[in-house]
Ligand binder design. Structure first.
Ligand SMILES: NC(=O)C1=CN([C@@H]2O[C@H](COP(=O)(O)OP(=O)(O)OC[C@H]3O[C@@H](n4cnc5c(N)ncnc54)[C@H](OP(=O)(O)O)[C@@H]3O)[C@@H](O)[C@H]2O)C=CC1
Ligand SMILES: O=C(O)[C@H](O)COP(=O)(O)O
Length: 495
């Protein structure tokens, strides 16, 4: 694997956890297996941290926080640039791990690591400018007041941030939480997804090698079902930044007076209007719906096509889908095995339901273990589960609509409301539709996407709480502290 990562791995080949600046093995000797989705065989193992170890990790994070908050902003930014450079220099082994543990196509895996380095650098820059700014308010703007009070507000850290990313971007969605949290003077406990824990753990070595002070970043590994509740309800947690599925909703319900940044599931709708550029729409549906085998929260997950153009659109999407390579991530196939057998079974359940209710299979459904061939399903109706549920797999439903209002109503009736997109050549219609679609982000004439990573990224309804994107994440990782200067008499500057 290469010297840079050697100390991350224990002598028996199990990845270590990271606490108080040191790579450690659990005293329980229990480990968690990470299965390769392409073979369903164990490819890596991580430590199953005990509750005592979790306590020690939080103690380290809590103890390190005041010192880190006193580290000048420019120094924190310097660390971010060092980490980013180290990640990029040592990207390939991390990308290889992504290929093996989450079956991400080889090129996309490398892109994830490089994109993460860029995100960390940008966060250093942005944090330096933004977090150095506060506000000064004078009192005489409020009725009845004179100018005898001056209010100074600044952005201060929240404390210890618990970061929990999902399997599909274990590196990128980890750093999109860690970097803003650290820049804002917080310390971090990372709980990586089990599938993705090896690459996420490797990523933390870049922080270690950059010389980050002890306890500022810590990694607790183990199954979410075993240590998740203990982590999220831990008394030393001051904010939970989570990306994943419905688990996020139960975290909020179980939790207390802790701020949450939640990015949850999506059922991103793609509305194709009668006047759309059909080639452009078809290209985006194929790329947006099937890249990483549909396992993106921003994947196009239902197409709502105007009846007039539906035949032409379906034919063009079919052609694109038939051109997708299907195979192994090592070979950089476009469609690779989905994350687990249970995920493949769930996807198959949605497909069988649509089949039983007489949907039209434009491309046939085919599956070998976790590998599912890209499937295009036309004439989907509202009584089918796939019209509403998120497959997180390479399966695309098309619903034909008589009126655009039907498409808007479908989009707005779903509790999942992350992103959406629309295709039209009419800018006025585009704005009206975007305003009418009640989802966190609407893309006009392109597929949904989170990036570029400084753009706001948020879900409405059950798709999330708060907003991400570098700028908004920085704002979510701070609270406002004010100091009011009370003068003995009003004072005015007259210019
Ligand atoms: N909006 C967005 O940006 C994204 C949303 N998603 C959504 O996530 C789902 C798939 O991702 P997936 O990773 O399976 O999602 P999960 O919600 O199952 O898991 C997400 C993370 O939560 C952890 N976890 C599991 N149980 C608990 C618990 N009780 N307390 C705390 N943490 C826990 C998991 O750990 P472990 O792996 O050990 O179980 C993992 O790290 C899809 O629904 C998808 O839409 C996915 C990516 C992005
Ligand atoms: O987790 C996800 O699926 C994302 O946040 C989507 O990111 P992307 O649009 O860059 O794939």
């Amino acid at each position: 694997m290469g010297g840079f990562y050697d100390e991350v791995i224990a002598s028996n080949g199990v990845y270590k956890f990271y606490s108080d600046g040191e790579w450690k093995e659990t005293t329980s000797s229990r480990t968690v297996k990470i299965l390769n989705p392409s073979t369903n065989e164990a490819v890596y193992q991580v430590q199953a941290c005990t509750r005592d170890e979790v306590d020690t990790i939080f103690d380290a994070a809590k103890a390190a926080q005041p010192g880190w908050a006193k580290t000048p902003l420019w120094k924190r930014a310097d660390y971010m640039h060092k980490v980013a450079a180290l990640m990029k220099e040592n990207a390939q082994p991390m990308a290889n791990a992504l290929v093996k543990e989450i079956a991400k196509p080889a090129k996309d895996a490398l892109t994830e690591v490089i994109r993460s380095g860029d995100l960390i650098s940008y966060t250093g820059e942005e944090g330096l400018r933004r977090l150095g700014e506060g506000k000064m308010l004078v009192s005489d703007s409020y009725p009845g007041q004179d100018r005898s009070k001056i209010c100074l507000s600044q952005k201060v850290p929240l404390g210890v941030i618990l970061c929990i990313p999902p399997f599909n971007y274990p590196v990128n969605l980890a750093v999109s939480k860690i970097a803003p949290a650290l820049m804002a003077g917080n310390t971090v406990v990372l709980k990586p997804p089990t599938q993705g824990a090896a690459s996420a753990t490797m990523m933390c070595q870049a922080f270690h090698k950059a010389g980050l002070p002890k306890g500022v970043l810590n990694v607790a590994t183990g199954k979410g079902s075993e240590i998740g509740d203990y982590l999220t309800t831990h008394p030393k947690v001051n904010c939970v930044s989570f990306t994943g599925g419905d688990t996020g909703i139960s975290i909020c319900k179980k939790g207390g007076m802790t701020p949450y940044q939640m990015e949850l599931g999506g059922k991103d709708a793609c509305i194709v209007c009668a006047d759309a550029d059909i080639d452009l729409a078809a290209k985006n549906i194929v790329k947006g719906g099937y890249s990483y085998s549909g396992q993106r929260c921003t994947a196009v997950k239902v197409v709502l096509a105007a009846e007039e153009i539906a035949d032409e659109l379906v034919a063009k999407v079919k052609k694109g889908v038939e051109g997708l390579s299907v195979g192994m991530p090592e070979d950089d196939a476009a469609i690779t095995p989905v994350i687990s057998e249970s995920s493949a079974n769930f996807i198959e359940g949605l497909v069988r339901d649509a089949e039983a209710k007489n949907a039209t299979f434009v491309t046939p459904y085919k599956r070998e273990k976790n590998l599912i061939w890209p499937t295009l399903i036309d004439n989907v109706t509202a009584d089918m589960r796939i019209a509403w549920e998120e497959p997180f797999g390479p399966v695309m439903p098309i619903i034909r609509v008589k009126k655009i209002q039907d498409a808007i109503d479908h989009c707005n009736s779903n509790n999942l409301a992350l992103q959406g997109c629309l295709f039209t050549k009419d800018i006025n219609l585009a704005i009206r539709l975007s305003d009418a679609m009640s989802s966190g982000t609407i893309q006009v004439n392109a597929a949904p996407a989170r990036g570029p990573d400084h753009f706001p990224f948020q879900g409405f309804r059950d798709s999330g709480i708060g907003s991400q994107g570098i700028q908004n994440s920085l704002e979510m990782m701070v609270k406002v502290k004010t100091t009011v200067l009370n003068l003995d008499q009003p004072s005015y500057t007259v210019g």
